[in-house]
Design a binder for this molecule. Structure first.
Ligand code: ASP
Length: 382
């Protein structure tokens, strides 16, 4: 639902089209040249070729010179020879299942890797503990090693981010510094869209679901009860760091039992990220609009799946959702480096989406507790 709301607002407001048309054409040509330079992407998502049009030839050549693309326009010739396979509407589901997991690792087919990981994990639960134990211990050890690697590499992250952003912004601006201002104007539209989508989830979807499932309107009291945790989520941008406060609010202010809270909330903090998945949906469509890439209804539908999986995979820490956006973009055949464009404005959005993430967890927790017959809100106080 959150992804659906995100897609709805971003399609209605189209923040990516707010900037100048000329700049978007330049962005589009950049995208087409990226397609040409990228071995595993054969043609632009919508199959159009603006860089083939004679009117854009001069622009294409100047952008190609900046990028260092050899023989711009090659892909169009090659693309003409590529036979596009007739694919059914559910092809994206078929594509998620790996036929060879090592190929998936090699080609960074992240959705296939995530699918395999989930399948592997569930199967691990279904075999006797004495056989599963060593595998789990090994996996946990590997997890620790990889986390440490990320930790060490991330020490240099500010420099990496600086370099990546400078490159992308300079490429988008070309030799016109005014274009940078234009880019930031476009980003304001993106931020408004995300915040509007998040507000709809919190103030429309959650109350509607809670009222329907709990058969009473407790949303005001729910928000008041959760406000300390929401404030912490806003300031830390981390569902994991907020977890103890979320548990406390749900237990003490709402009256959920310890058993329910400690079962639902830790899973929710890592898996259930409505704000994150909404942001990913908005970001992908916004970036596509900014680069004049028309996404079809089916392609947008596949965003529902990829954004949901990516938000499940995202860690409950600051900016994790943005990192996983790389997966969503590349699984759709878009340039993952576009993430750098929205990096600048991610922190405030991260603060807002983390609030939505933990509010969603608490809402689900209250509904589960209600289903278990626990006395919530006034029953406890009364
Ligand atoms: N910061 C978010 C959270 O912890 C994850 C994200 O980056 O979207 O819930």
């Amino acid at each position: 639902m959150a992804v659906g709301v995100g897609l709805l607002v971003v399609n209605l407001l189209s923040p990516g089209t707010w900037g100048s048309e000329q700049k978007r054409v330049a962005n589009r040509i950049n995208y087409e040249l990226w397609v040409q330079e990228t071995a595993h992407v054969q043609r632009p998502l919508d199959g159009r070729c603006l860089s083939c049009e004679p009117a854009n030839a001069a622009l294409r050549d100047s952008i190609a010179a900046v990028r260092g693309t050899s023989e711009p326009n090659d892909w169009a010739k090659a693309g003409a020879n590529v036979q596009t396979k007739k694919q059914g509407p559910l092809q994206f589901l078929v594509d998620i299942v790996p036929s060879n997991i090592f190929l998936s690792f090699n080609n960074t087919l992240m959705l296939q890797v995530i699918f395999f990981a989930i399948f592997f994990g569930i199967m691990l639960l279904l075999i006797p503990p004495d056989r599963a134990g060593p595998v789990s211990a090994f996996m946990n050890g590997c997890n620790d090693v990889f986390m440490k690697m990320v930790d060490v590499v991330m020490k240099a992250a500010p420099y990496f981010v600086f370099a990546l952003m400078t490159g992308v912004v300079a490429r988008m601006a070309g030799d016109d510094p005014g274009a940078v201002a234009e880019l930031f104007k476009g980003l304001a539209g993106y931020m408004i869209t995300v915040v509007l989508g998040l507000a709809l989830v919190v103030f429309v979807i959650y109350p509607a679901l809670m009222t329907a499932l709990m058969r009473r309107n407790v949303f005001r009291r729910f928000l008041k009860a959760m406000s300390p945790a929401q404030l912490l989520a806003f300031s830390t941008s981390s569902s994991a760091a907020t977890l103890p406060a979320t548990i406390r609010c749900v237990e003490e202010n709402i009256g959920v039992s310890k058993a329910t809270a400690s079962f639902v909330l830790p899973v929710g903090a890592t898996v259930n990220m409505d704000g994150t998945s909404l942001l990913q949906a908005v970001a992908v469509v916004f970036l596509a609009q900014l680069h004049m890439v028309d996404l079809t209804f089916m392609q947008q539908l596949s965003i529902v799946l990829t954004a949901t999986l990516a938000s499940i995979g995202a860690a409950a820490i600051p900016s994790a959702g943005l990192m996983l956006l790389v997966v969503v973009l590349s699984s759709l055949g878009l340039d993952p480096a576009w993430v750098a464009i929205i990096f600048t404005v991610d922190r405030p959005l991260d603060m807002c989406r983390t609030v939505v993430n933990i509010t969603g967890d608490a809402a689900v927790c209250s509904v589960v507790a209600h289903g278990e017959g626990e006395k919530l809100f006034q029953e406890k106080g009364a």
